[in-house]
Unconditional design. Sequence first.
Length: 298
Amino acid sequence: MAAKAKGLGRGLGSLIKEDITVNADTTPSNDKVYSVDINKITPNKEQPRRTFDDSSLDELAESIKQIGIIQPITAKKTGDYYVIIAGERRWRAARKAGITEIPVIVKNDLSDLEALEIALIENIQREDLNPLEEALTYKKFSEEFNLNQEAIADKVGKSRAAVANSMRLLNLDKRVQTFLTENRLSSGHCRALLGITDNDKQFETAEHIIEEGLSVRETEELVRAVNEAATEEEKPRSSAIKDPVRSRIYHNIEKDLKSILGTKVNIKNLKNNKGKILIEFYSDEELDRIVGMMKRMQ
């Protein structure tokens, strides 16, 4: 009989009916807890979670050093290795803590779909997934297991609308998706941004939201304003600037004013060398900021 596993946690030893370190020759029984060499455990490439906060892992590693691993990870034996179904964060922290063996509940009778369900539900319950990771997992359910949104919702205990709204986030511009994973924008902000179909405008609007610290409601108003402005730009204008030289001059002036004021500026040429300058703003606070800047220029 092998030596007792290190760092298994107080009282956990009583759960391990066969106090052994499993190896390549061991055929573990289903649903039992074993002490497994940490180097024989490998992450699951289908794991929904892709990002792990280093500071949070360090805190968990320190806790494991002090009291051990309280809750075993769940894994399925494949060949000589144990593929993690649930508990990758604990496994990563145990490695940081220098633990050589960790407790594993063996689940060899699970299908790939059932294993993915367990991994997803554990992460959702712990609120470990960022919104994009959750959306990507729902997409995997749909594409690889041919499940519709209603079936996915039943499996994860959410409404069909919640699943649908989550999956819509995958339609965001990739740069905006990065803002979401970095927590610079919320899911509410991003769902509002989906109202802008032009990727560059969507990204520019997202940057503006972050810079101004806009709320979700203010973002919804901003998206409406952006779309209304785009509609106006698409209309044929009798007042369009036809002189290419003058057009370039006005374009450069627009760029300079945009740089100074920090918002979109449009110069409209009417007739007889007369025109008007349109300065856009998207909230009362932004209007106050622009007016304050113009006053300081006097």
